[in-house]
Design a protein around this ligand. Structure first.
Ligand code: SAH
Length: 227
């Protein structure tokens, strides 16, 4: 396996066109936010996967990243980012589920600061290498459990949870600014639930949290505790 530097100068240079085509497909699939589309266009997704999979990096598919986890499908990353932004500038964003760091790198293209939390130590290390290779200075990584209180003073415009939850991680809602949004894959259970996992937005309104469900998706589960 080559170094990240080799990966970037090798297929990195020739992949710009492939990536532009991927962005065109995302546009055709209904992604409208130009800020999101140009952020995706700016991030070389192939450096976030193993060299053997790099050739598939611009297909609209999730790919394995080790530790039994996956890098999210580009359309899903685009859609979650679009829902999180909702046309606003984002000063600070919290991501739960760093994985290999791809979503964090996309957010870092336009957000002031990205704070990302991952429960699996091996993936924190992997994400750190990937983000360093891109020289992103506005991403802070933490080995932590984002299903619970992070024990920090934090104020964010948006929270992007990139692992599937069966209930809203309410311990994080206090970090949202008024009008701020949490986006997460949420499975609705119970009397009114249909058991389908959907991208869901929780918005911090003036008096209450407003919940709205969007596209059906499939994510690896949000787990608790460190690994
Ligand atoms: N954001 C990644 C997707 C990673 S997959 C991307 O850009 O492709 C989801 C990740 O969430 C996995 O790495 C998993 O380990 C992590 N995860 C699951 N539960 C978590 C928790 N409670 N806290 C932090 N990370 C968690």
């Amino acid at each position: 396996m080559g170094t990240l530097g080799e990966k970037m100068s090798g297929i990195g240079m020739t992949s710009a066109r492939t990536r532009a085509r991927m962005v065109e497909r995302l546009r055709e699939q209904g992604i409208r936010d130009e800020v999101v589309l140009s952020a995706i266009n700016a991030v070389p997704r192939h450096i976030f996967v193993d060299e053997a999979l790099a050739i598939r990096a611009y297909e609209d598919t999730p790919l394995p990243i080790g530790s039994g986890q996956t890098i999210s499908q580009p359309w899903v990353v685009a859609r979650m980012t679009e829902l999180a932004r909702n046309g606003r500038d984002l000063e600070r964003v919290l991501e739960v589920g760093t994985g290999c760091g791809y979503q964090a790198a996309v957010l870092a293209q336009f957000a002031g600061e990205v704070y990302t939390v991952e429960r699996i130590a091996a993936l924190v290390a992997k994400a750190r290498r990937n983000l360093l290779a891109l020289k992103l200075k506005n991403v802070r990584l933490k080995h932590g459990d984002g299903s619970a209180d992070l024990g920090e003073d934090l104020v964010v415009d948006a929270i992007v949870v990139t692992a599937g939850a069966t209930h809203v991680p309410t311990a994080l809602l206090k970090y949202l600014k008024p009008g701020g949004r949490m986006v997460l894959p949420l499975t609705s259970h119970g009397e009114h639930g249909d058991g389908v996992q959907r991208l869901t937005v929780i918005e911090a309104g003036p008096t209450a949290y407003r919940e709205q469900a969007f596209d059906a998706v499939r994510f690896v589960p949000l787990l608790s505790g460190l690994a």
